[in-house]
Design a protein. Sequence first.
Length: 291
Amino acid sequence: MKVERILCPVDFSPASDAATAYAIDLAKRLGARIGLMHTVYANAGGAYADTLDLNRFYTMMRGEAQARMRRAQERYADAGVDLEPLLHEGPVVEELRHAAAEWKADLVVMATHGRHGFRRWVLGSTAEGLLRALPMPILTLTEPEAQRARSRLAHVVAAVDFPLEPEAAVLEAALGLAARHGARLTLLHVLHGVSTGVRQHYEQILMEALEQRLLATVPPDLKELGAVNVVVEAGAADQRLVEWAAREDVDLLVLGGRPKGTMARAVAGATLERLVREAKCPVLTVPAQPQ
């Protein structure tokens, strides 16, 4: 996973500021530049449509946004990364999609708790909606202030499903980040769709076989570093992933979206949405590959 351009949407909230600090720390490690993006948008309809001078209102909003972006530039002037301000006007989702494409972003880093429309978009959307809106990986932080230190990338976890072929992008991202930063790597799978008979008598054998299959995907040079672990657990995918990430000192949890399959629907839907809201570590969502 090559990351040279990180787009960081901001709404000037404390959570957004902390996410920017995380993005800058990450950019330093990756040798990337930052696009600091803010969208000016207000739906001034409803009860105030006939009350406000909308042109004047937008002019004031635009001036305030420009002033805040200048202050942000000054604050991060000595951060040691190239930072480009990107000021847009319009609906947040549409403008973010346009900015990511026009600026050629390799990665989007964002807080999940912000203000107003920004907050409603992130927390009110389904995981599938997020993946449809942006074609590049999205790194989300639920608690940016507490998670800033996680930019060290000392422990990277890839949550994957079988068959592994459609998970190539997830594995590539996790393996690449782990190799580049000398991180501990864990490949994690949660069992699903196992018959009662197998679960009662042969579950351990199945889990060991799947662990060997996961280990076979790891390049030999990475295995030689001795920092690769494979884990197969049983249980509900969303619950297990949340609990495991909280328990195992994870710096980055890498997930993917797939259009078909039982666990695919869980990971791309309820699991991912729950992780985006509840994970105690940053979550990197890698878009599904075209089928």
